[in-house]
Ligand binder design. Structure first.
Ligand code: IYR
Length: 220
């Protein structure tokens, strides 16, 4: 197998004070991001979504396999099918599958089995992970797929927020129905469903707190 040619790499370095300023500004921007469950139906452009997805596609991945597909759903009929299937699973989850402890943990957040945002948000991005590629009918394995796609989703969420839009990480469970509704091939499995849009005028979010730095960082 041929090696890639190696090219010089110079990240956008600047002086220490500017770096500190930029890192502070980025933290403050990301600290504003919240999961939103109440969306406006206001449209967002294809170009905006394409830039966001290109940003997600810059994520590192095992052996640079980029084992992801981002489905952009705007079609109201497909959105209503997704809502119907998701609510069916979520109804079962909330009523019979989630143990009491899980329901107790969710109660302060006010979630339930109903997911109107799946029809209201103008765009749903459904992220698929590719366990392998099919090259001439041969299975070619991908590596660290969960990690790679998880990182890409992080990039996706930060790009959505940076553009000034709201999103939700939604994981109806199980979510195989997405593979069927979106006609994805056998090597693609649904990973995350992300409604994207403007928050509704009267959108609210729970007043949660982030853990303090001392609770999440250990120095050696
Ligand atoms: N998937 C369900 C339940 C849910 C689970 C967790 I963990 C959350 O942080 C939020 C919701 C739902 O979307 O309602």
């Amino acid at each position: 197998m041929k090696e890639y040619p190696f090219i010089p790499y110079k990240p956008t370095a600047c002086d220490d004070a500017t770096m500190l300023e930029k890192s502070q500004a980025y933290f403050e921007l990301m600290d504003q991001r919240r999961s939103v469950r109440h969306f406006s139906d206001r449209e967002i452009s294809d170009e905006l979504i394409d830039n966001i997805i290109m940003t997600a596609g810059t994520a590192p991945s095992g052996a640079n396999k980029q084992p992801w597909t981002f489905c952009v759903v705007r079609d109201p009929l497909i959105k209503s099918k997704i809502r119907e299937a998701a609510e069916k699973e979520e109804y079962e989850s909330y009523h019979t599958r989630m143990p009491p402890e899980w329901l107790e943990d969710l109660a302060p957040l006010g979630t339930d089995w109903q997911k109107p945002f799946l029809e209201i948000a103008p765009v749903i991005i459904v992220v698929f992970r590719k366990s392998h590629e099919l090259v001439n009918d041969q299975k070619k394995k991908n590596y660290y797929v969960q990690e790679s796609v998880g990182i890409a989703c992080g990039f996706l969420l930060s790009a959505i927020h940076q553009a000034g839009l709201a999103s939700l990480t939604h994981t109806p469970s199980p979510m195989n129905f997405l593979q069927e509704i979106l006609h994805r091939p056998e090597n693609e499995k649904p990973f995350l469903l992300v409604p994207v849009g403007y928050p509704a005028e009267d959108a609210t979010v729970p007043d949660i707190q982030r853990k303090h730095l001392d609770q999440i960082r250990i120095k050696y």
